[in-house]
Design a binder for this molecule. Structure first.
Ligand code: PMP
Length: 355
């Protein structure tokens, strides 16, 4: 019998969120207004060399765009094939016998599997409605602490003071704190430009959400130069496709000023949808991201998500959310999509309650 894979891979499942194509897909927090126009133009005008030759080793054009946009030195920037890749590479670089990563849960569902894939123990600290005591995350001397800000799936933005406390608690000799800012464009609150000066901080970003480039698989991160270098080593060369990097660089520069308009529309629709959900008794949680989490109409998230899917609406089910129990996460999009969702909620659940 082959010794492949490692014994602890038995506990790791292949990612399968039961996401078949659906008429209105509000399940993955991508940009439902489309994609960055300049980035799309760049992809449309791909040259033979863009496709036939290897890309830059470490996506320097994208690193330069990030450096300029966020006013950080280029040596502080690293990139990856999606921010998933950056998390994975960072976790790999932190491995050591008995090393663990701590995080408050519920949070981004890939953190635990990425930890296990990379041989790290995963310590989840329950995340109640209020913020977790930072000292709980530091128990047992973790190698890494992961914080999603704003958090997926709750939309909660951990206060800046809380973050400062976490970073200061053990200082540079403590764990590396990874702040996942996948949704920070919608929060208008970021620590990315501070990261080069803080030796125990790495801020990860994606171009899959606000920039509308999920299909390109590209992300970037900013930290102290030594932290960024360690992630680059773990990541390896040629990881970001040339077209993905070029499209991402175009979107990060955003010379057209497309991004602020999309964010404004998203925030307007988020407020409007929250009112609609509230008036249906679905208790949406306050959100700083491009999604809202609300209670599941019948109390069973899985069943409710399947019922909505049957009428063409995709949402993401979650169970055991503090204060909500079973819950549905809904991506904010153009109002016609929100109307379709509300219509489906009314038809599906009013009918069920009446019968
Ligand atoms: N972090 C968070 C919090 C996310 O929600 C996601 C995507 N769902 C990612 C990272 C990964 O994004 P990508 O790999 O597409 O950059």
């Amino acid at each position: 019998m082959t010794r492949f894979p490692r014994a602890d891979y038995d506990a790791i499942r292949r990612y399968d969120p039961e996401r078949a194509p659906v008429r209105v897909d509000l399940s993955d927090n991508t940009n439902l207004w489309g994609t960055h126009p300049g980035a799309l133009e760049r992809v449309r005008h791909a040259s033979t060399d863009d496709v036939a030759r290897y890309p830059e080793l470490y996506a320097d054009e994208l690193r330069a765009a990030v450096s300029e946009r966020f006013d950080v030195p280029m040596e502080s920037v690293t990139t990856g094939a999606g921010s998933d890749d950056i998390l994975d590479s960072t976790f790999r670089a932190a491995w050591g016998p008995g090393a663990h990563i701590a995080y408050a849960a519920p949070t981004f569902s890939m953190v635990e599997p990425f930890a296990r894939m990379n041989g790290l123990d995963a310590h989840a600290v329950p995340w109640p409605a209020a913020d977790v005591d930072p000292s709980l995350l530091l128990e047992g001397d973790p190698a890494l602490v992961y914080v999603c800000r704003p958090n997926n799936p709750t939309g909660h933005l951990a206060p800046r003071g809380w973050l400062d406390e976490l970073l200061a608690a053990r200082g540079p000799d403590g764990p590396l704190v990874i702040i996942d800012e996948a949704y920070a464009d919608f929060a208008g609150d970021t620590v990315i430009s501070d990261a080069p000066e803080i030796p125990n901080l790495l801020v990860a970003r994606t171009t899959s959400k606000a920039y509308g480039l999920a299909g390109m698989r590209c992300g970037f991160a900013v930290g102290a130069p030594l932290v960024a270098l360690a992630v680059e080593k773990s990541r390896g060369p040629y990881k970001v496709g040339g077209l993905a990097a070029a499209a991402a660089a175009t979107a990060v520069r955003d010379e057209e000023g497309w991004l602020p308009g999309v964010i404004e529309r998203c925030l307007d629709n988020r407020a409007r949808l929250m009112d609609e959900l509230d008036s249906r008794g679905l208790q949406p949680l306050p959100s700083s991201a491009n999604f809202v989490l609300c209670s599941a109409p019948t109390g069973s998230a899985r069943r409710d998500a399947l019922a909505l899917r049957a009428v063409g609406i995709g949402v993401r089910p979650f169970s055991k959310i503090p204060e909500l129990g079973d819950a549905l996460r809904i991506t904010i999009g153009p109002w016609e999509m929100m109307d379709d969702l509300l219509d489906a909620l009314d038809r599906t659940f009013t009918r069920r309650e009446a019968s």
